[in-house]
Design a protein around this ligand. Structure first.
Ligand SMILES: [Zn+2]
Ligand SMILES: [Zn+2]
Ligand SMILES: [Zn+2]
Length: 147
């Protein structure tokens, strides 16, 4: 984790930004909860435990900055809550999300859309640069409850 932090620090410096203690605290929370797709409020609550003086606006500004620098990505699952996760360098996203409409649980599946992209490009002569897909439905737990 220290290594990732150093890497991001370098990236910030190369874009003329400093890794302030507030930014570092926010990044640490993001790194510690990498799998969690935290919302800004959740990130704020966790950062506040470590740095009680930090304000929500500072956390928001840090998240915006990290998004601008393409270090993290803002995800919108249509529930009105923005969530954040780290971006992978080689491909804008390696995975897609399954979102349960009942309990709100979120899981990841690998990207299986390369073939589909090829077909769309071929059939519609459309050059695809990105796609956004979320799968909405009911997780295993919620399915059995409904029965
Ligand atoms: Zn569920
Ligand atoms: Zn994810
Ligand atoms: Zn994809």
């Amino acid at each position: 984790m220290q290594e990732r932090l150093e890497q991001i620090k370098k990236q910030l410096h190369s874009e003329q930004f400093k890794l302030t203690p507030q930014r570092e605290a926010t990044l640490r929370v993001l790194l510690e909860n990498e799998e969690s797709h935290l919302s800004a409020e959740e990130i704020f609550m966790l950062v506040k435990q470590k740095s009680p003086d930090i304000g929500l606006a500072t956390v928001y500004r840090t998240l915006d900055l990290l998004c601008d620098l393409k270090i993290i990505e803002k995800l919108n699952f249509g529930d009105g809550v923005a969530r954040y996760e780290f971006r992978t360098d080689d491909h804008p996203h390696h995975h897609h999300h399954l979102i349960c409409l009942k309990c709100g649980s979120l899981s990841e599946i690998e990207d299986m859309l390369d073939d589909l992209e090829e077909r769309v490009e071929r059939d519609h002569k459309f050059k695809i640069v990105d796609h956004r897909v979320s799968f909405l439905g009911y997780c295993e737990n919620c399915q059995s409850e409904a029965e």
